[in-house]
Write a protein that binds this ligand. Structure first.
Ligand code: PSU
Ligand code: MN
Length: 296
């Protein structure tokens, strides 16, 4: 059977995921965000490669028609490493999470990937073991993921502990703390800190080749876009209640809480989310521009 992967990536590519666009932000914010990320990445000397599944084909470097298909289709499934193969086989469209994006990007030789936050350990994990496949994906695929840590609708400290358990290198860019998405810092730390993109790019180039595994690069939200802690606690409580009343379970929980938060905060969490994604795309592009193309 012919390969079901289309690789349109170029040297110095930065992978982008489609779950963020399809399920993480409101529909009318998705297309402008995609366009902005493309221009930010290009302006910093790299090339965007948006990843998704279109008609059962994994695509690294979606064109605008393909992205439109994913943004306009009524119910696009969310692919992680577990259901990716089944979705490819079924000929479906799918939005790729961090884990599935890493798998497809690694297969295409793309080594840098920008997103907002990765999935992690949910607060109720003791009872349900709801732990994102993103964490294990970092142990499998040689891709540097640039993110602002995890949202504190997850258990931030437990997520950091799980990364430690899995032996994933966690790097702070310009910070010694593990960030909590809307907040620059959490109680947890990182394995090491870099302040210079040249040095970080050289480390990533060597580390990805040395281990064949991933690295998490933590880029805190820009200071001016941080959300004050007090308001956050109140908003989160309300959003969690709304999401659980809506009956969301499993993969639907994160999108349900996110959309409730965006409504309750009158768009403040969305604005912060967009700001940190842009900042992560810029850092990822600066790193990708400094990583030499892989010699086969
Ligand atoms: N974190 C965000 N926004 C998102 C996601 C995470 O702030 O949209 C998405 C990413 O695609 C991530 C996925 O890979 O949610 C994790 O989902 P799950 O918890 O079902 O593994
Ligand atoms: Mn989950």
């Amino acid at each position: 059977m012919a390969t079901s992967i289309i690789n349109r990536s170029t040297p110095h590519a930065v992978a982008l995921e489609t779950t963020l666009l399809v399920h993480g932000v409101p529909k009318d914010a998705a297309r402008p965000l995609a366009a902005e990320l493309d221009s930010i990445i290009t302006a910093h000397g790299a090339r965007p490669a948006t990843v998704g599944v279109v008609g059962g084909r994994g695509v690294v470097g979606l064109n605008s028609e393909e992205l439109s298909l994913l943004l306009e289709a009524p119910a696009v499934p969310k692919a992680n490493t577990g259901n990716l193969g089944l979705l490819l086989r079924s000929g479906s469209h799918a939005a790729t999470t961090v884990s599935a994006t890493m798998e497809l990007a690694a297969g295409a030789g793309v080594r840098v990937f920008a997103t907002g936050g990765i999935g992690g350990v949910h607060k109720n994990y003791g009872a349900r073991w709801d732990v994102s496949a993103d964490l294990a994906a970092l142990t499998r695929f040689p891709v540097a993921v640039v993110a602002s840590g995890v949202k504190n609708l997850l258990d931030v400290v437990a997520t950091r502990e799980m990364l430690e358990t899995l032996g994933v290198p966690v790097i702070g860019f310009g910070s010694d703390r593990f960030p909590a998405f809307y907040r620059r810092e959490s109680e947890a730390g990182v394995d090491g800190r870099f302040d210079d993109p040249d040095e970080l790019a050289a480390f990533l180039d060597a580390e990805l080749a040395r281990t064949g595994r991933g690295v998490l690069v933590c880029n805190p939200i820009p200071a001016e876009d941080e959300i004050p802690q007090g308001r956050w606690d109140e908003w989160l409580l309300q959003a969690e209640t709304r999401a659980s009343e809506s009956g969301a379970t499993g993969r639907a929980v994160t999108p349900a809480v996110l959309s409730a938060l965006h409504q309750i905060s009158d768009g403040a969490t969305l604005r912060a989310n967009l700001a940190l994604v842009r900042s992560n795309a810029a850092l990822a592009a600066r790193l990708a521009a400094r990583i030499p193309p892989r010699t086969p």
